[in-house]
Every structure is written in C-alpha cells, then in structure tokens.
Design a protein around this ligand. Structure first.
Ligand SMILES: [Zn+2]
Length: 276
C-alpha cells in the first residue's frame, strides 16, 4: 500500500513509519506534579503508544528524507521505514539529502547499516549546535548516564565510512525548506518548515510526543526532554506558529498530518486529511 502524501509548495511529503514506541506514563513530567498529569491522563492505559516517523520529500532537487528511524539498531520492532521506502519504489541510493531533527537513535540510527552507510549517495545535514554538543566530551560528563545515547549516535555516525555529515544553521537550507531551531528536547533540536505562502508544512521533530495530551497543556513534558523548561518554550512556540500560520504539521511521533487549533488555554490537533 502506498502511503498518502501531502503537498507543500514545491514538495510532496510522505510519512514513513519505522515502528511504534510505547512510552510508559511514568515518563510524563509536569511542573505542577503528579496530580496534574493524572487529570490530563484520565482513564488511559499505562503506556502511550506513538509512531516513530521519518518523511520522504520529493522536490526540485530530487529525493530527500527528514529523519530515518532506527534501522536495525533498536531491534526487530523498528526499521520498517526501509520497507516503507521500498513500497514507494525508492532505493537507498536514490536519496540525495537527509535532514536530521536531532541525534536520538529513533531519528538517526537508520543512517547506518552495520559498518556502512545505508544511504550511500546522501549528504546528511545536521544542526551544527546538535553535533557540537553531542561530540563534546565535557558535555557528556555533565549529562546523566542514562541520557547519553545521542553521544553514542554521534560517534557512530562519524565513524561510519561513506556517511557524509554536513552541519547546518537555522534558516533556509534548500528551496522552500527552512531549518527552525526548537531547542530543549536536545540542545540543537530543530524542525523543518517546508513550502511557502498558504501551503506551509512544519515537521517539528519531537516538540510533541503525546499528541492527545501535550497540545492541550504544553507544560506537559517527557523525561526524554534534556532541558524541560526550554523544551516547553519550544513546544509553545511551535504550536503557536502552526496555529497562527495555519501550517500543516507532523513530527517524529505524530500519527499523521495535522492542523493545530487553539482550544481554550491550549491547542488541539485535528487531522488535515482533507488536504491530501
Ligand atoms: Zn523521537
């Protein structure tokens, strides 16, 4: 089955699902504490399922990806992005460019295939502040041991022959493709704004993990956010931008393409399938 793409400016964008991650509700964090989390959760189960996504972009400079899933590094329950590309008729060698939102394994490990690069012809673009942080030994020493995965990802990417990394700064990085700094989840975490004018789309990375919970109260975070306060600010910024400019959004863990609607003090995400 071919996935249903959306259009944004000069690009056609297809979501590729790599697998489903089940986050324990104990990973939720809120500055007002457990009572507020219980109110938001209601009767829900003890895990929050969320897809792990990458995106295929067909545009003026050929085929690109935004994030690439886990590959084979996180085991058999992930790695479906590769099959999803195959279903689209896309070979690994067809990909010209790969834009990373950040260096967590569920977004970047799909770049490696054992000892080699899975996408042999792709230039991999990574936000400069992200690569700088996760290659800094002093920074690593200051991060709690259980939160150091992205340092290992960066080291693995840099050690993989044929994997061409190039750093980028916020701003335009290709025609109708703009890198937007949304720090907090990780120091260099970024989104990509695609298209122009009334047909904009924002792939916002991991500003939201639980789409049914966090938009209504953007203060709600996950333990995966390295700097929770900055992540909250970026979440509010991304939600406000998408609502004001009527951007279609998706991200690393959103189950489709959405519009962001204001709803009381917060927001709610609604399917944008009528645009497909
Ligand atoms: Zn993620």
């Amino acid at each position: 089955m071919r996935a249903h793409p959306v259009r944004a400016g000069v690009y056609t964008i297809t979501r590729l699902v790599d697998g489903i991650f089940k986050a324990p509700v104990s990973a939720l964090m809120h500055p007002e504490g457990a009572g507020r989390i219980a109110d938001l959760l209601g009767e829900s189960a003890d895990t929050i399922p969320m897809p792990v996504n990458g995106f295929l972009l067909e545009g003026p400079d050929g085929l690109s990806l935004v994030d690439v899933g886990c590959g084979t590094v996180w085991g058999d329950t992930y790695g479906s992005l590769r099959r999803a590309l195959d279903v689209q008729g896309v070979e690994p060698g067809d990909i010209n460019r790969i834009y990373l939102t950040h260096l967590h394994g569920d977004h970047a490990y799909g770049l490696v295939d054992g000892e080699s690069a899975y996408f042999p012809n792709a230039e991999v673009l990574v936000p400069a502040s992200e690569l700088a942080f996760y290659t800094d030994a002093a920074a690593r020493a200051h991060v709690p041991e259980g939160r150091r995965g992205a340092f290992d990802v960066a080291a693995r990417l840099l050690a993989t022959p044929g994997l061409r990394l190039r750093t980028i700064e916020p701003g335009n990085v290709a025609e109708e493709l703009c890198c937007l700094a949304l720090p907090g989840h990780t120091p260099g975490h970024s989104g990509y704004r695609i298209g122009a004018g009334d047909w904009g789309l924002l792939l916002w990375g991991d500003v939201v993990h639980a789409e049914a919970l966090q938009p209504q109260d953007p203060a709600l975070g996950f333990t995966f956010d390295l700097d929770p306060e900055t992540a909250r600010e970026s979440r509010r910024k991304a939600l406000a931008l998408a609502a004001e400019e009527k951007l279609v959004i998706s991200g690393g863990h959103i189950d489709g393409f959405r519009l962001v609607m204001r709803d009381g003090e917060g927001y709610r995400l609604v399917p944008s399938s009528f645009l497909a």
